[in-house]
Design a protein. Sequence first.
Length: 202
Amino acid sequence: MPSFAGFWNRCAARRPLLTISLTNGAMGAAGDVLAQTLVPQQQQTSGTTTSQSTPSVAVQYNPWRTLRFFAYGCMFGPVAYRWYGFLDRRFPMSAVRGKMAATLGKRVAADQIAFAPVAIAAFFAVMGTMEGKNLSELKTGFRERYPEALAGNYVLWPAAQMLNFSIVPLIYRVPFSSLVSIVWNTYLSIVNGRKGVSSEQK
């Protein structure tokens, strides 16, 4: 593990955006693998299963879906890194305890009010497009899934980002978020696959 950490740090120092992109993609893929392993696809697409529709996990697993999560994670990582950098510049942290708490609150508020709703909407738009859905299907899926995903975001991410923005250095914030995102991407993967018309066999 120490040798891997050193390798990651060297890569991040030389090519931060590429390193963060691949790290975030790998974590996104891990979340989808976990989702597909824990929840059979029949349950994700219909909410129910029958004794005739419960094949083994090996049969159910869809590598194309995991690849889509990897691709989205790679695209999103640099965006998140730039966003965190903007928050650092816009709300510089003060050494004074009272001001530090206020600055932290501003960072989290900006992240959750301005960035999170757009990021979740982008997730469903990009994933739906990669699944080959048309505009009508994208709109239907958005109406069905977006409110639930946004509500789930506000359960997990405010507390995680308070920790992230307060003690984690900028270069490690996306990897930290990626670790939290193993849980989050598992949730998103389940939400994305549970409702509406499924394209999971593509």
